[in-house]
Design a protein around this ligand. Structure first.
Ligand code: ADP
Ligand code: MG
Length: 402
């Protein structure tokens, strides 16, 4: 989860732009917002932000008035490394919504849920556009050190900008009374996730389409691997569709989401999750709790994903005890017959050969990313995806400079 591609500037933006100044520089932020504030906001809270009575009548009125405004001052920044932690203080910030509004965002409605987060459509009040906001309830007892330890990875994720990786605008943690909640603001994918997209169609996608979609996923994952980040949760639900006629498939740009932050946010929750969640995308070495190479595990998950994209079935029978599941993986018993019985077309031999090499139970012999991208089944589409990615990236850059 926690897929992060963000702009370089989302890091700098938070600290440099006046609209984003934290309360540690409250004098500048209050002066910058005072032009749009009414007289009532000239209150004790400005002159003396630390000690103010919280329940006078005057305050309540003032609070109500402030709730109407997007220009609330930043709540108190209590900790930062890459992730900023804001504490909901006394005063106008009674609810997380108020904190979000002070960042210029408003949640509109729930869009979907995953295993860890609730995703909302949100309104970016300054840019006046719709964005997505993922909200993750974190362990109450979580340690900020976890963020510290993964600082480099977080930094990398925040800096990645790639057409096949979701664009993350900013993320921060709001700490209230008894809860820690992470918010991740990112581009809104209008086509939803790939799993629902295929399931809601009347027919399965063709092998041709599958190549064009898979090439984009591969390109996004390959890029993250090249900067040293494994995804760890690859599956069609974590691939989003964004309408784009310039994509190689002519309909959608496929973007990978739910990256990296998984490590940070969910490690402590992982145990509980894996007991109830179906481990259908997990490589056998993970199921056996062996030490594993996360990049090879990503390749396995990509193999399951590729199988599911074309058949909407799974390659192994997961309705059996785990030891039998692992055994059928070890025996390379891929359920071609049952999965493709109802489909109109039989998959090509090249497709089957590629899936087989990705689902090699021996992680050392499992096909490597570089060899997937060179595989005859996908090599042409992959090259197309790469070249589209290059042109999209350069246009993203020039957009940005204007
Ligand atoms: N940026 C987005 N745009 C549109 N839908 C999204 C976006 N991010 C997530 N979703 C939807 O919400 C679901 C859950 O999001 P995800 O980030 O995968 O959370 P989790 O970590 O809980 O799995 C996705 O499968 C997708 O349907
Ligand atoms: Mg997910």
């Amino acid at each position: 989860m926690g897929a992060m591609e963000s702009t370089l500037d989302s890091l700098t933006q938070l600290s440099s732009s006046p609209a984003f100044s934290s309360s540690s520089s409250s004098s500048s932020s209050s002066s910058s917002s005072s032009s749009s504030s009414s007289k009532e906001t000239h209150s004790s809270s400005k002159t003396n932000p630390k000690r103010r009575p919280s329940s006078t009548k005057h305050d309540r009125e003032q609070q109500q008035q402030q709730e109407q405004k997007p220009n609330l001052r930043r709540p108190k920044l209590v900790h930062r490394n890459v992730t900023r932690f804001y504490e909901i203080p006394f005063g106008p910030y009674r609810r997380p919504e108020d904190v979000l509004r002070s960042f210029g965002y408003e949640l509109i409605r729930e869009l979907d849920r995953g295993a860890y987060g609730v995703v909302y459509i949100a309104h970016d009040l300054r840019k006046e556009m719709k964005v997505a906001c993922k909200q993750i309830e974190m362990d109450r007892t979580f340690h900020r050190n976890v963020f510290e330890e993964n600082k480099n990875e977080l930094l990398t994720i925040e800096r990645v900008r790639h057409p096949y990786v979701i664009k993350v605008y900013c993320h921060f943690v709001v700490q209230g009374n008894g809860f820690n909640r992470m918010y991740i603001f990112m581009a809104l994918a209008d086509g939803g996730n790939l799993y629902k997209f295929i399931r809601n169609r009347n027919t399965l996608i063709t092998e041709e389409k599958c190549r064009l979609y898979f090439a984009q996923i591969l390109c996004g994952i390959n890029h993250m691997h090249s900067v040293g980040i494994a995804h760890r949760d690859i599956k069609p639900q974590n691939v989003l569709l964004c309408s784009n006629r310039n994509s190689i498939s002519g309909d959608y740009l496929l973007v990978v989401t739910d990256f990296g932050l998984s490590k940070v946010v969910t490690d402590q929750q992982q145990l509980a999750m894996s007991i109830c969640g179906t481990p259908v995308f997990m490589a056998p070495e993970l199921l056996q709790s062996k030490p594993y190479n996360p990049f090879a595990a990503d390749v396995w998950a990509l193999g399951i994903t590729l199988f599911q994209m074309l058949s909407m079935e799974l390659p192994f029978n997961f309705h059996q005890p785990q030891e039998f599941i692992i055994q059928s993986m070890m025996d390379k018993k891929i359920a071609w017959e049952s999965a493709f019985r109802k489909t109109r077309q039989q998959p090509s031999n090249e497709y089957k050969q590629l899936v087989r090499s990705m689902l090699n139970p021996d992680s050392n012999r499992r096909i490597r990313m570089i060899n997937i991208t060179n595989h005859p089944w996908i090599v042409r589409e992959y090259a197309m995806a790469e070249s589209t990615s290059r042109s999209l990236r350069s246009s993203m850059r020039s957009h940005h400079h204007h």
